[in-house]
Write a protein that binds this ligand. Structure first.
Ligand SMILES: [Fe+2]
Ligand SMILES: [Fe+2]
Length: 238
């Protein structure tokens, strides 16, 4: 991937951008002690220095996670689309309504707790509404055309969907902030535990879902935007 690509990972990449774009990045950054929400505006170099982590190693590890996600993607396009539909579209549709309900309950029951995830139900609800329209549009038009082999007219609809993908970064960062990086308070009830476990899984899924579409699936139909290899896979992109 070129240095201009929004998917490239360098020492100057912002923590918030990486955490909301690269599969497994948020979890990895949390593990090395970086506050994914609070440090969102810091570069990887700054965050690494503040947390005594090796910055080059950080970039290497993040690139390895991105590469692993691409390697795991089915090579045949209809298989890849089937995988995205089953593993992500269906999962989001099943999980989000239950998470919104659970978040509302936890916010209500623990309204006086200083660590209460205030605003989480609203945030998830907004994401749910936007994602429902986004996924329906992909399924009804774009994916159907791609499953039939695509044509030269897909450039514009793909650009629109790419633009919509960009709009999930901000709410995902907000989710990280209102849940305090999914840190449970001492003695958290089972509902609170289930809410953070489920929301964390959803956030990770959404990042991987968008990553697979934007860096693996769409470039197969953008002859000017990506180098295609003969097997239809796109050349390494980080
Ligand atoms: Fe999708
Ligand atoms: Fe999408």
């Amino acid at each position: 991937m070129t240095a201009k690509s929004p998917w490239s990972i360098t020492l100057q990449s912002r923590v918030g951008d990486v955490a909301t774009r690269i599969p497994g990045a948020a979890e990895f950054l949390r593990q090395v002690g970086i506050d994914v929400g609070g440090d969102a505006a810091s570069t990887l170099a700054e965050a690494a220095a503040a947390h005594s982590a090796g910055s080059e190693e950080l970039v290497t590890q993040l690139k390895a996670r991105a590469a692993a996600a691409r390697r795991a993607a089915p090579e045949i396009t209809p298989d890849l689309i089937g995988h995205i539909l089953r593993r992500y579209h269906e999962a989001h549709r099943t999980e989000l309504p239950a998470l919104i309900e659970l978040a509302a309950k936890v916010e209500r029951v623990h309204s006086d707790h200083p660590d209460s995830p205030r605003g989480l139900a609203n945030l998830l609800s907004r994401i749910h509404d936007e994602l429902s329209d986004h996924m329906a549009a992909e399924e009804q038009a774009l994916f159907r055309a791609m499953q039939m082999g695509g044509d030269a007219n897909l450039g514009e609809p793909i650009a629109e969907v790419r633009h919509e993908h960009e709009e999930y970064a901000a709410p995902l960062q907000q989710v990280e902030l209102v849940t305090h990086g999914f840190r449970l308070p001492e003695g958290a009830c089972r509902s609170w535990q289930a809410l953070y476990a489920g929301t964390r899984k959803f956030a990770e899924d959404l990042v991987t879902h968008i990553y697979l579409e934007s860096t693996v699936l769409f470039p197969r139909f953008e002859p000017h935007g990506a180098q295609r290899r003969k097997d239809g896979q796109v050349a390494a992109t980080t």
